[in-house]
Write a protein that binds this ligand. Sequence first.
Ligand SMILES: *Cc1c(COP(=O)(O)O)cnc(C)c1O
Length: 405
Amino acid sequence: MAEPSQPNPIPHNHGRIETRAIHAGQVANPENGALMTPVYFNSTYQQDAPGVPRLGYEYSRTTNPTRTALELNLASLESGAWGLCFASGLAAIATLLQRLRPGDRVVAGNDLYGGTHRLFLKCFAHFGLEFEFVDTSDPAAVERALAKRTAYLYLETPTNPLLKLADIAACAKLAKAKGARCVVDNTFATPYLQRPLELGADVVIHSLTKYLGGHSDVVGGALIGNDLKLREELAFHQNAVGAQFGPMDAFLVLRGIKTLHVRMERHSSNAMAVARHLEASDLVQRVVYPGLASHPQAALAKSQMSMGGGMLSFELVGGVDAGVAFSSATRVFTLAESLGGVESLVEVPPIMTHAAIPAETRRAAGLSDGLVRLSVGIEHVDDLIEDVERGLAAAKKVSGAAARR
Ligand SMILES: *Cc1c(COP(=O)(O)O)cnc(C)c1O
């Protein structure tokens, strides 16, 4: 089978990011003028002669026109030369690991998305890949870890749920000096707020399930980069292993991305208002939000992110009981895992998303029992603030009871 090719240059790849979000990679149908990219429910393609597929389309595990439109769009938004879409964020990360060989090393952040941590240690370590976890918010720790030959420096910034940042430009420089590829999971920030490839990273990862899809109705993932040889290797593995993305899902993400900039603006301004409100409460020990001046890396946030985004965490004085009370009392913030949709969600990391981490390890990493994580949606800000008040009132009752006990 011929290797999948991607049309180059990216069509409609001009203008600012808001314009490219709507147009890049998407061409009106030349026959009937239909503006939106159709959902090509299609597995095979007519060939012009034996072994001569038209425009490289041969079989939809390899490439599909709806998926290609999304891949070109994502490449444009992240300032990359190519994009590849997968069945999920984890399928994208797995494909990135599949091109490594036994003995290859990955240096990664020590508070990764739980599924990524599980993928590394439970699915790939036994094939002989080595993983070392360091505090990637500390460039000196990253430099020490890179002393040994490393294939990937794997960053998440901001992290989940403590929203720690890694200095992408500094880390990418350290990786380059050691011949390692710098990989950045940009799911939390999105290309509207932060573009790692422009800061020197080699590969960007997305869980399309979150802000890019944006409506909690699709699961998907993507890899984006500039190195064409790397793209060929990844596309080979994608086709050989088969973790590709379906056309209906690609259509949904394309549609979601058209409003990415508008949503991220509102996610960020709502989260900022909620963060400020929480910071003023004496039931709250601390609020972690990259947009706040109190964030320990506020200067870095300002330099590599254009806004704070929609995710924030805060610590209630009453421990897990207070977190449970808060999250059970809210009516606009729905109790649920995941993030990045237009609707606001609340979760209690120590007993939900991060429950699998032993309590000691969790506390040592700064993930306290009273931690609550919010995915702030784009509802009216006053409704969100009123809802936070409702949660705090419930938490206060529990904290008071705990103090009296
Ligand atoms: C959700 C998520 C993933 C995994 O993506 P899926 O689409 O759920 O497979 C990876 N990284 C981050 C930061 C995430 O939030």
